[in-house]
Design a protein around this ligand. Structure first.
Ligand SMILES: O=P(O)(O)OC[C@H]1O[C@@](CO)(OP(=O)(O)O)[C@@H](O)[C@@H]1O
Length: 682
């Protein structure tokens, strides 16, 4: 993504301890990094712990104790990062609770040409405050790791009081800020300027914290898959059709409230045919069409290597950024999927029947994979993946249908050919092919050349070759532009479901705030805090029951059936969550009236960010069929996550576009003191 080099932004968190600032910081960071914007969190608490140690009594935070070193140190590091590492957005995660502190920050940032946008989190709901205090003191904060629970809570509440004594909410009209009240049930926005800031605001207004599931499946095995050909628009193979017929029973068996499920497909035959027997409402998105392979479309990997060796090596060297000739890169696909993600965040229970590359991009967003690993994520055929983004983790389950299919995953080669070696090869072996024109007809020529190179007739569906002229730029980012495919079809009568094998894993995005039903404030707060703590206690333990209601939990899964992992059974029941629907109000206020932009492929000009460490859970464990229900759970502490990109919400707001190669944004958008109230659904 091309961003104006002058536009460095510091998103400065403001709020009392225990108001979900760290969660918000991490979510914003993950969202922006997924989009390719170089973003990093600077957590003042971490610097404090490094400087003074974690176990400080509440008196340490007394305003009379003038320790501000941690703030200054993190500020210095932030400025250094902007200068030396071409950072674009720094998320400065601290309390920043007084005007004086914020003025210092503003001054330092202005001197260094960094715009400041404040994100204030205010918690007015008593029950929510208490629940957050219990959660922070007993579970989240490393400061209380070794303290007895009750003492920890008391100390934390004292600490909050010290901050309260000096706390000054933001009211300055000249400042850029967004104020999130009670976990975003009310939002106040002021003086937001420019593309990135607007995007962050819209993102924050759309955070989805309501519990729900998202389901992904690739289409059934296609004829192209069988022949190892890339792209195209072929029909399903016999086994692919079998998978399509098995899907309704699988869905009915494993997806709760499956009648409410909406099916999203691409506009390609293979995804639409896979959804054919499902009786649910369907929507075909052009934005979900597979990564456009351009001149490699319809070829095998071997043929691409022979015909376009330089391209082939470049793709192996940097698969995320490599853009096919007349086609797309993974980076391009992520950009065009942003509106899909936003809709996905807003909408309940969706099954996406998509393609390998598309589902990798969506999966990486929810499961927090780096750009380097994203293009190699395993999304096998004939498998339904269930993701449950929750307050602490994105739970994953995979249901593998026992219908054989080819494996289309091509792993990253251990060694890659050097650029020069490849160039030489191209020049001496196939110069006429490299010079071939880009028309569809020329493509047929390429196929002929490919056939010759492969020394065997190439199976090719001529009718499926893409007219490249409009391949990328004409892709609609909204389903409205795609052929509506909302035909309800009656499910086939009781087709026997082939054995479904299930495996699960968790990636943990850190803490979040929750809301509370009103009566019995203390008990409710305690109950929720306990549930949250139990969830955290799952570190590295098997927990086959997460995601189920308490009454669904039956007997423990025997150890031999869980591949050796064992652990307590637990029902995490946090049933009620705020679901901010600020976007509707925002539209009404004219704030977000513009539709998402058409995707414009951008040059990979922003240095590849490193979106934090990925989970060290072996991907293999997911693809190896495991008998019975297996849950492998992995947890990071919020501290570990400080550099990690964490987000579950997504936005697709665009008020202006950006162009490949251009170094600046082409417009700006200013929001001036608009107050918005979101509806709260419990
Ligand atoms: O990026 P790589 O790993 O090449 O995978 C993308 C390819 O996966 C394929 C299968 O090879 O996806 P799909 O069958 O899901 O549509 C191709 O169409 C596509 O070109």
């Amino acid at each position: 993504m091309s961003i104006n080099p002058g536009s460095r932004i510091a998103c400065v968190l403001v709020g009392l301890p225990g108001t979900s600032k760290t969660l918000v910081a991490q979510k914003v960071c993950r969202y922006l990094q997924w989009l390719g914007i170089a973003t990093k969190v600077f957590n003042v608490g971490n610097y404090r712990r490094k400087l003074f140690g974690g176990a400080q009594p509440h008196s340490f935070f007394d305003p009379a104790n003038p320790k501000g070193e941690q703030s200054r140190k993190s500020l210095r590091e932030m400025i250094y990062w902007f200068r030396k590492e071409q950072g674009v957005v720094a998320v400065f995660d601290g309390t920043n609770s007084t005007r004086a502190k914020r003025d210092l920050l503003l001054e330092e940032c202005r001197k260094n040409d960094v715009q400041v946008m404040f994100i204030e989190s205010v918690c007015e709901d008593e029950a929510l405050r208490l629940a957050k205090a219990i959660e922070t003191s007993q579970q989240c904060s490393p400061d209380y790791e070794h303290m007895q629970q009750e003492l920890a809570l008391q100390d934390f509440q004292q600490r909050v009081r010290h901050f309260e004594a000096q706390y000054e909410t933001i009211t300055e009209k000249n400042l850029s800020y967004i104020k999130l009240i009670d976990a975003g049930s009310q939002v106040i926005v002021s003086q937001i300027q420019g593309y990135v800031q607007s995007r962050i605001v819209y993102y924050l207004m759309n955070l989805h914290i309501k519990p729900r599931n998202i389901y992904f499946s690739r289409h059934g095995e296609s004829l192209y898959n069988v022949m190892g050909l890339l792209g195209g628009d072929s029909d399903l193979s016999a086994r692919g059709k079998q998978y399509a017929r098995a899907l309704p029973s699988l869905v009915a068996t494993h997806i709760p409230n499956h009648e409410r499920l909406t099916i999203w497909t691409s506009t390609k035959r293979r995804t639409i045919a896979t959804a054919k027997h499902l009786p649910n409402k369907k929507l075909a998105w052009q934005a979900l069409d597979e990564l456009e392979a351009g001149r490699a479309d319809g070829l095998t990997y071997n043929q691409v290597e022979e015909l376009f060796p330089e391209d082939f090596a470049n793709r192996d060297n940097d698969k995320y950024n490599y853009r096919y000739q007349e086609g797309e890169s993974y980076r391009d696909v992520v950009a065009r999927l942003e509106p899909v993600i936003m809709d996905l965040e807003r909408t309940d229970d969706i099954l996406i029947i998509g393609h390998q590359a598309i589902l990798r991009c969506l999966y990486a967003y929810f499961m927090n994979y780096s750009h380097e690993r994203l293009p190699y994520i395993k999304i096998p055929l004939h498998t339904v993946i269930q993701l449950s983004p929750g307050p602490y983790a994105c739970e994953e389950k995979r249901f593998k249908v026992d219908i054989e299919a080819v494996d289309t995953h091509r792993p990253k080669p251990k060694t890659t050919t050097s650029h020069n070696e490849v160039k030489e090869h191209v020049e001496t072996v196939v110069p006429e092919i490299m010079a071939a024109p880009a028309s569809p007809e020329a493509k047929h020529g390429l196929h002929a050349a490919a056939e010759a190179a492969a020394d065997k007739p190439m199976l090719c569906f001529r009718d499926s070759i893409h007219p490249h002229a409009d391949s990328v730029s004409s892709r609609a980012a909204s389903p409205a532009a795609a052929a509506p495919a909302a035909t309800a079809v009656t499910a086939p009568s009781a087709a026997p479901v082939p054995v479904v094998k299930e495996s699960t894993k968790t990636r943990v995005p850190g803490p979040t705030s929750i809301d509370l039903p009103s009566p019995g404030l203390e008990q409710t707060a305690q109950k929720i805090a306990e549930a949250m703590m139990q969830a955290n206690a799952l570190e590295s333990q098997a927990n086959p029951a997460v995601g189920l209601n308490l009454d669904q939990i039956a007997t423990p899964v025997p150890e031999q059936e869980t591949g050796g992992v064992k652990g307590p059974l637990l029902g995490l029941e946090i049933a009620t969550h705020h679901q901010g629907t600020a976007s509707a109000s925002a539209s009404a206020a004219g704030l977000v009236a513009t539709p998402p932009m058409s995707p414009v492929p951008t040059a990979p000009s922003v240095p590849s960010s490193s979106p934090g460490k990925d989970s060290d859970i072996e991907e293999e464990s997911l693809t190896t069929p495991i008998p019975g229900v297996v849950h492998a759970s992995k947890r990071f502490s919020p501290l570990d996550l400080s550099d990690q990109i964490i987000a579950e919400g997504m936005v697709g707001y665009e008020s202006y576009g950006y162009n490949s190669g251009s170094s600046g944004t082409s417009g700006s958008d200013s929001i001036d003191s608009v107050s918005l109230t979101a509806t709260t659904c419990v």
